[in-house]
Design a protein around this ligand. Structure first.
Ligand SMILES: O=P(O)(O)O[C@@H]1[C@@H](OP(=O)(O)O)[C@H](OP(=O)(O)O)[C@H](O)[C@H](OP(=O)(O)O)[C@H]1OP(=O)(O)O
Ligand SMILES: Nc1ncnc2c1ncn2[C@@H]1O[C@H](COP(=O)(O)OP(=O)(O)O)[C@@H](O)[C@H]1O
Ligand SMILES: [Mg+2]
Ligand SMILES: [Mg+2]
Length: 339
């Protein structure tokens, strides 16, 4: 059943009462997706084109009111969320327990796993993926929990090779969690505030691959990244340098005139294996990976970052991919029920 025609595609969201949502869900088999997102995320993700296409496919997005009990809202088929805080996590866990019929995208404890830059990459390290298409690993890294004066010794003991990228251990989406630095010598790292992850910087030709995952769908785009650090630069420089959010701020590198050996996308079968295994190990369906290729080694890849519910608004064709995914969730639930 279609609620509106193609011309209505650009229309904005509708506010609905509990009663009218229930009516739409039951009578016209609409899929009701409750969402709890920041206003920034609503703007970048829930664009009129997505909402219009969704409505034409029988999906309605309904804002969750955080000031009212979740159980009093809906009924929802799917809950889509990206909010932080212990209180919200508890609300969601309780809701999942009392509403097993609702798909919560994604489970809070699985998301929590990505909020620490050590546990985030552990699954990739454990997989140790290596096949005819290539090798996927993580850069060598060291966690400094406290006492910045111990850093030079710890770096020497661990045998980490400079330069190092210093990243806040916590990756909770706050501005602070994105304040990264590049260190040319280990002594200067004493200036930084633990808890930190110190990661070997891998030269990768200044381009990274953003691998977006939406359920079983995978989409890869190129982004500009930090330039390579030469041996000469390393020997001439000392200190730690804060760097801005390069990949986020930079324009897409998809249309740039790049060296083909740098621009070549990672092999599709390798990404498919990686995504499938990570979906299973992480228990997540909505995430992206930042992947780099070691400069000059065609089939050596490193995952450097994993983000929950990333900026899908920048993923080409996300409206179709996302709505198909939402429908597939409901269909697989329906199939399970009727077995
Ligand atoms: O806002 P956007 O569209 O830039 O999305 C951010 C992502 O950008 P990208 O997917 O790389 O384009 C961004 O990815 P990167 O940090 O660039 O790797 C994060 O996923 C960010 O979420 P959080 O701050 O880590 O919770 C994302 O921010 P939120 O939109 O989730 O706040
Ligand atoms: N080990 C690394 N080697 C080379 N460049 C890196 C490395 N780690 C991070 N970077 C660069 O720093 C950027 C931000 O790091 P990332 O771990 O993705 O943090 P954030 O979660 O803030 O996006 C990356 O997009 C990439 O350009
Ligand atoms: Mg990143
Ligand atoms: Mg990140």
């Amino acid at each position: 059943m279609r609620l509106n025609d193609e011309n209505d595609e650009e229309e904005g969201p509708k506010t609905m009462s509990h009663c009218s949502i229930g009516h739409l869900q039951q009578e016209k088999s609409f899929v009701i997706v409750g969402y709890a997102l920041t206003s920034k995320k609503v703007e970048s993700f829930l664009k009129p084109k997505l909402e219009g296409l969704a409505r034409n496919k029988g999906i309605l997005f309904v804002a969750i009111d955080q000031n009212r009990p979740l159980s009093d809202q809906g009924p929802f088929d799917i809950v889509l969320h990206k909010l932080t805080g212990k209180e919200w996590r508890q609300i969601l866990e309780e809701y999942r327990r009392t509403h097993p019929e609702v798909t919560v995208l994604d489970p809070p404890d699985a998301i929590q796993h990505l909020h620490n830059r050590q546990s985030m990459l552990q699954c990739v390290a454990d997989m140790n993926l290596s096949d005819t298409y290539g090798k996927v690993g993580v850069p060598r890294q060291l966690v400094i929990k406290r006492d910045s004066s111990s850093i030079p010794d710890a770096v020497t003991k661990a045998g980490l090779i400079l330069p190092l990228v210093a990243k806040p251990l916590v990756a909770d989406g706050s501005a602070k969690s994105h304040e990264l630095s590049l260190a040319y010598d280990e002594y200067s790292l004493q200036k930084l505030e633990p808890p930190l992850v110190l990661q070997e910087f891998v030269n990768h030709g200044g381009v990274l691959f953003k691998v977006y995952i939406v359920g079983e769908a995978i989409k890869v785009v190129r982004r500009f990244s930090l330039p390579d650090v030469t041996k000469r630069e390393l020997s001439k420089n000392a200190g730690v340098f804060r760097f801005p959010r390069v990949s986020c701020a930079a324009a897409s590198a998809d249309d740039a005139d790049l060296d083909p050996s740098v621009a070549e996308l990672p092999p599709r079968p390798l990404l498919e294996r990686l995504a499938k295994e990570l979906r299973r190990r992480l228990g997540l369906r909505l995430f992206n990976l930042d992947i780099i290729r070691e400069h000059g080694r065609r089939d050596h890849f490193y995952v450097i970052d994993i983000n929950y519910f990333p900026g899908y608004g920048k993923m080409p064709g996300y409206e179709h991919i996302f709505t198909d995914f939402l429908l597939s969730l409901v269909q697989s639930r329906y199939k399970k029920r009727s077995v």
